[in-house]
Each structure stands twice: as C-alpha cells, then as structure tokens.
Design a protein around this ligand. Sequence first.
Ligand SMILES: NC(=O)N[C@@H](CC(=O)O)C(=O)O
Ligand SMILES: [Zn+2]
Ligand SMILES: [Zn+2]
Length: 421
Amino acid sequence: MSSYTIKGARSSQGEPLELHIADGHLVAEMAPGAEVIEADGLLALPGFVDMHTHLREPGFEASETVASGTACAARGGFTAVFAMANTDPVTDSVARAAHIAALGRAAGNAEVFPVGSITIGLAGERLSPIAEMAAAGVRMFSDDGRCVMNSALMREALQLSAVHGVIIAQHSQDHVLAGPEAAADERSVAADLGLTGWPWAAESTIIARDVQLAELTGGHLHACHITTAESVEVVRWAKARGVQVTAEVTPHHLLLDSQHLRALDTTFKVNPPLRGSEDIEALRAALADGTIDVIGTDHAPHDPAAKQGDFAHAKPGMLGLEQALASVLETMVNTGRMGWTDVVRVMSAMPARITGASGQGGALRPGEVANLVLVDPVRRARVDRERSSSASRNNPYHGLELPDPIEMTFYSGHLSYSRRS
Ligand SMILES: NC(=O)N[C@@H](CC(=O)O)C(=O)O
Ligand SMILES: [Zn+2]
Ligand SMILES: [Zn+2]
C-alpha cells in the first residue's frame, strides 16, 4: 500500500496542514519512502459523502456500472456513495444489498453503501425485509424514483426506522397530482413550453404528510431532492417541532433553473423538475442556514436511448457527481453565502453523521481513515461532457464555464483520482 506526504495544503479554516498517509490512514509522521505531493494553494478537505447516487448496476449497465459511477464519485471528490435501490433487480433483499457492496469493494474507487428499497420491487405494496436488511448493515431505505404513496405503509416504514435506527428516504412526489406525464415546473415554464406541469404542491404535501408520520412514529425521515420554497418551509416547521427530519438539495437544483428547458433538450429533464428563480433562492438560503442538511447529487445516468424522443417521454435524470462541488462553489461560496467549513458540513460531515458512515466525514487528523480530497479554490474551466468517467453523457453542465476544483481524491489511503496523472 502506498504512502504519501501532502505538503503546502491548507484546511477548510485556512490553517496550514501537512498530511501523512500510510496503511490507509492519516499518520503523525512521514512514512519511509512516502511519495511527496506538492499542494501549495490547495485545500485539503475530508472526502465527500453522497447520500443519493444511482449506479445502475445491476440491470442498466449501459448507463453506468458500480465501477464507472464510483470513478465519477472519485473525480468529484467523493469517498462514499449511497447507491439507490432502483436497479433491476431492485435492492430489496439482504443478498442483493450484499452484491452491490461487493461490487463497490471490487471497484475500489469509493465506499459503496447499498440503499434498500422500502417496498418489494418498488411496487409500493409490501414492505421489503427492512429489519433483516438493517441487521445486515443497510442504513438507508428508499423507493427513490417512486414515492411511497400509501400513508399506512409509510407509517410502518417509519415505525421500523424508529426501532432499527435506519433512515427512510422519500422521493416526495404525489404521483396523482404530478402524474407520469408531468415534465416541467408548472409555476414557471410548463404552459409556455406546452409541457405537462409538475405542480409545486405535489412535493410539499407529501413532505408535510411524512414529517407528521415521522413525528407519530419517532422515525427518521430524509426528504430527497427538495426543490420548492414551500418544501423548505415545511422542513423548517418540522425541525422546529423537533421531528427527526433531514433534507437534501441537489447541485442541479441549486444552479440550474427551468429556463434551461426552453430548447427542449432532454438532458434537462429531471425529477423533480428544474424550478424558477424564487424556489432556487429559497433552496440556497435554506442550505446556508442549515434547514437543508446536505447536498445529495441524485447522479442519474441515462444512455442516449433513454433520453431520445420527445421531451414528454424521455427518462428524467441527469449526471451530478463530477460537478457537485463546482455547483456548490458557484452558487454558495463565490456568492459569499457559505464558506469552506460550510462546504465540508453539507458535503461531508453532515451526510457522514446522518448515515453513521464511520471513517467518513471526520477531521483530518492522525488515526483517521485517509478519505480526503485536495481542491483548487480558484481554478475554472469549461465543462466537457466527454471528459467524464461516466458511461453516460447526460451532463447538464456541458459547455458552462464553472469552478474546476478537484485536484486529487484519496479513498482509504489510495489515490482514487488525480488530475495530474
Ligand atoms: N431524478 C431523476 O429524474 N431520476 C432518477 C430517479 C429519482 O431520483 O427520482 C433516476 O433514477 O433516473
Ligand atoms: Zn427521486
Ligand atoms: Zn434519485
């Protein structure tokens, strides 16, 4: 196993930092034969943790594999990802979860935590063996892609969350109010573009129901990819009541607005849809003040076939891992709304704490697992979707001039990505 000494970097607080890596850990002194890495002008941060990644394996390997998706993670500065359950087969058993974790270990690019589905086959009818999967180490359950519409079933899931200490992560979308044709934000652009509207209330009404079920049961609700000012208000209200709720915003909902749909490029079709400027402002304010706890990328690769055809029928979803920090820097740091310690909070420390991912999200001190990322705080570049580790090309940032911060990522003491090699 290689050893490294990183010289000249600074911490998120601006303190000079000399880091030594040996045997997968941070150590107090330079190891014999360690490779010296010059890091003048760079910041060293704990590796990022993504609570919301779609790796597509098994079942959709043309779009992404565990290996290609975690290579994207490393390129984006992530050292751990939670792999959503909407694969084929769905991750609804101990064996299937174990298989995904094993694929993650074999790839070796980042820690892969399988997310179990809440219901068998994502069908919304019968609960998955949550207790059994929890006992086997699964920390989060979600039918993401689908909303658990049945309130009684959602109550049972949150009850199990209270008993087993796991997270129930909801894709908050009333599928009756925002049906299968819903393609664009109703409040800003849908009518103009002749697309079926996705009404804002289809999100916040589900969150309002779920936080009350969380209160009723004592379970932990995680609201995935929240996108509206009303959802932010509901989460704020629930937190003030002491409900165990956490919330996530995606990099794309922070940076991109619904005007990107004007050319009807299906790359910009995503669920929930890109929103208007007032919603975006509410999301940014909520991330800065802690109402929204974490960035979740919702990295959702799709092969060209899935994105072909008219806007109404193309699959929703866009890439997110590689430009996640770029989006956060552009919207939150370069605007003066957050500092680097806040970046560490929302991309590393909080997601690690919420999920109990040990060895992730901790301070960079001797004894800790060497999960870290070196970032260049000033470098910018035009995003090129061809320069990607993903098997897919549905990158909504293609052609934009954005921060290009990720210099090197170390996962468990080995170099999982380097711009220099
Ligand atoms: N976000 C999306 O538009 N798509 C996701 C599912 C999801 O996150 O709901 C996908 O799996 O493609
Ligand atoms: Zn979702
Ligand atoms: Zn998702």
